[in-house]
Ligand binder design. Structure first.
Ligand code: COA
Length: 210
């Protein structure tokens, strides 16, 4: 706990310092290896659920190398400086204008704490502000958690031959959604700096997602 004493001096007394250690930010091309390592840490079931099929380490590495960052938006959740969850949104403006395909991954020890919802909420704000009108997500029919997230964000689900397709309609951007993205960006900046400054601590319990 000693390493947090310095941080305590800069935050209000009733602030839970551990919660500061979870932060969300957009991923950049420089985060490619960090993203690949996150996907490689997924359990075999979660890998299957994420890609709706088997993926070897090599195919995950190839998948990451193949990301076209011009048309891909990603929001990640960092816990104690380590990337633990990502919402990835792929767009294809020429083929599907105004639409994007969403995929989400949360490492096993960090599931069920609201982090999946956290990355989805944030990427929806970014997508809305990029004037995307509809997001699509494919998951297995047995994936109740992912379906609960789709429903929570007012999406609809269609089930067919072992897979469920979720659709989330996006409203047009407005001043509030633009402000929300600006706030998310500023929070990411501040938390990123604090995170660098305080270092990593493996002995701390997992903080809850904001
Ligand atoms: C699916 C996944 C992204 C969910 O992330 P998460 O961080 O565990 O999800 P959250 O904690 O934000 O939310 C889970 C929601 O599911 C609900 N839930 C949990 N178990 C459930 C169940 N058995 N049945 C129905 N709902 C359930 C929770 O109550 C919560 O909803 P709420 O916030 O309205 O209460 C994560 O489990 C994961 O990465 N799985 C492997 C990859 C994957 O399946 N990706 C999806 C396909 S792209």
């Amino acid at each position: 706990m000693e390493r947090f004493q310095g941080l305590k001096a800069f935050v209000p007394e009733d602030t839970d310092v551990k919660s500061i250690m979870t932060f969300y930010r957009k991923l950049l091309p420089t985060d490619l290896n960090v993203y690949r390592d996150h996907l490689l840490r997924l359990s075999s079931q979660d890998r299957y659920a994420r890609f709706c099929g088997f993926k070897t380490d090599e195919s995950i590495a190839a998948y990451c190398r193949g990301i076209d960052w011009r048309f891909t938006i990603m929001v990640g959740c960092f816990v104690r400086g380590e990337l633990r969850a990502v919402a990835e949104l792929r767009t294809e403006p020429k083929v599907w204008p105004g639409e994007g395909e969403l995929a989400v991954s949360v490492e096993r020890e960090f599931q069920g704490q609201g982090i999946g919802s956290g990355v989805v909420r944030r990427i929806m704000t970014v997508a809305r502000n990029r004037q995307l009108r509809r997001l699509m997500l494919i998951c297995m029919i047995s994936n109740r958690r992912m379906q609960a997230i789709v429903r929570k964000f007012l999406g609809t689900l269609e089930c067919d031959s072992g897979e469920a397709t979720g659709w989330i309609e996006m409203p047009w951007p407005n001043q509030l959604s633009l402000m929300q993205e600006a706030l998310d960006n500023s929070a990411a900046l501040v938390n990123g700096v604090l995170d660098q400054w305080q270092g990593r601590s493996e002995e701390m319990p997992v903080p809850s997602a904001a």
